[in-house]
Design a protein around this ligand. Structure first.
Ligand code: LRH
Ligand code: MN
Length: 429
């Protein structure tokens, strides 16, 4: 019998904490009222927000140098849904999961969908995988070693398209309405391939996929500068991604993985550009210090993340715009659910901070070329401790004031480890 975390359980365990919470909330409300902030609107917007959990990050992640599994990991996609349901019970903001095929390859999609419905979890964008050879995705005699949609061999490209269409078909059965395509396609050696011919092959492949999309579906293309290719990557940056999206068709947009930018890239400006031309499709939220480190959201560059969310709230005219929000991280050291709880909390807090920005005053400061005032207006928001507002939004969603403490208090990991076993390992990164 799967381990469940319920609102009643949380409410009961947080009874004492609730009194302290209400005192802190009242104090903050008074403070923000003086600044003309509509705290109820902030709480409602945080309540409304949800970010998809990555199915491939519910186990312990690793690197080529090692992986230190902790046991009690979800062994099946059903058990991954159990963990996402536990996560959602704690945060009130992870109502969907993003599956990755063939790491998730359900024998009975209808049964999986019924189980997800029972748990109140939906399926966000599906992810295909043409960056690993796998009997179910490549079949005999085909390898993605030298690429997939960019491959010089039409048989390999054909196989890659078939896999992506199969992922769409599975997604239709699960109620998903989007496919994310991240391609590892590129080169390691100058001269290994022709940049233009590789790009044109991918562009044509994505257009074919776009034409295969069911009516209400969208296609998301994800750029990345390097890894596993270390000399050139076909969809290497936002410009390449935008060109691919425009070539593929109107229901193709760009997915921005925060870790997929070279050092010092101005990611908030990339977001502004893509939103401006109506091609911002979604995000893979994470953080990084050096490369595609897939670390906890807001753990390394919280101010950069604030500036990105500020761009979104500005683009959404005071609300988070309707694009696809997903977390994409790799939990090498932390408990995967704890890391996702923290990531979701950081996103909720950053949204609340971005909603505190006095955008009218900022616009005036910008028009008056007053950079000092403009910066202060951003910092007033970024330096505001909004945690009582976020805790209140979670409480109203039936979730936890302090989700990490609650996860530990209910002993979820110990309970599922007892059920799944110390050597239970998950599929994914
Ligand atoms: C590539 C990526 C992509 C996924 C993979 C798990 O680095 O960000 O989004 O397919 O990680
Ligand atoms: Mn990603």
């Amino acid at each position: 019998m799967a381990v469940r975390i319920t609102s009643d359980q949380i409410h009961e365990l947080e009874a004492a904490a609730n009194r302290v919470h209400e005192r802190d909330l009242d104090a903050l409300r008074a403070q923000l009222a003086d600044r003309g902030v509509d705290t109820e609107a902030v709480i409602r917007e945080v309540q409304r927000f949800s970010v998809a959990a990555p199915s491939w990050a519910l186990g312990t992640g690793g690197t080529r140098f090692g992986r230190f599994p902790r046991g009690g990991e979800p062994r099946t996609t059903d058990e991954k849904l159990d963990d996402v349901a536990a996560l959602h019970a704690l945060t009130g903001a992870n109502a969907t999961v993003s599956l990755h095929v063939p790491w998730d390859d359900p024998e009975d999609p209808a049964a999986l969908r019924a189980y997800a419905d029972e748990l109140g979890i939906g399926f966000d964008a599906m992810n295909s995988n043409t960056f690993q050879d796998n009997p179910s995705t490549t079949g005999a005699g085909v390898s993605y070693k030298f690429g997939s949609l960019a491959h010089s061999d039409p048989d390999v490209r054909k196989r890659a398209l078939e896999h992506n269409r199969a992922v769409i078909d599975l997604g239709v059965e699960l109620g998903s309405t989007a496919l994310t395509v991240w391609l590892a396609d590129g080169t390691n050696h100058p001269g290994q391939a022709d940049f233009r011919r590789q790009f044109e092959r991918v562009a044509d492949g994505l257009r074919e996929l776009h034409e295969a999309l069911p009516s209400e579906w969208e296609l998301l293309v994800e750029h990345k500068p390097y890894e596993p290719a270390f000399y050139s990557t076909v969809n290497s940056d936002w410009g390449s991604s935008l060109l691919l999206a425009q070539h593929a068709g109107e229901r193709t947009r760009c997915l921005v993985d925060l870790g997929h930018h070279l050092p010092n890239a101005n990611i908030e400006q990339v977001v502004s550009r893509l939103a401006m031309v109506g091609r911002l499709g979604g995000f893979h939220f994470n953080d990084s210090k050096y490369g595609d480190d897939d670390l906890t959201v807001g753990s390394i560059h919280p101010y950069q993340f604030f500036l990105i969310v500020h761009e979104l709230v500005a683009h959404g005219d005071g609300a988070m715009p309707p694009v696809r929000y997903m977390i994409d991280a790799s939990h090498n050291l932390k408990d995967p659910v704890e890391d996702l709880v923290q990531a979701t909390d950081r996103i909720q807090c950053t949204i609340a901070q971005a909603l505190l920005v006095d955008r009218a005053a900022l616009r005036d400061a910008q028009d008056a070329n007053d950079p000092a005032l403009a910066e202060d207006l951003l910092h007033d928001a970024f330096r505001s401790d909004v945690r009582p507002l976020v805790a209140e939004a979670r409480r109203r969603n039936g979730a936890a004031l302090a989700p990490l403490a609650m996860f530990r208090r209910v002993g979820y990991r110990a309970a599922v480890t007892a059920e799944r076993g110390d050597d239970a390992a998950s599929t994914g990164l």
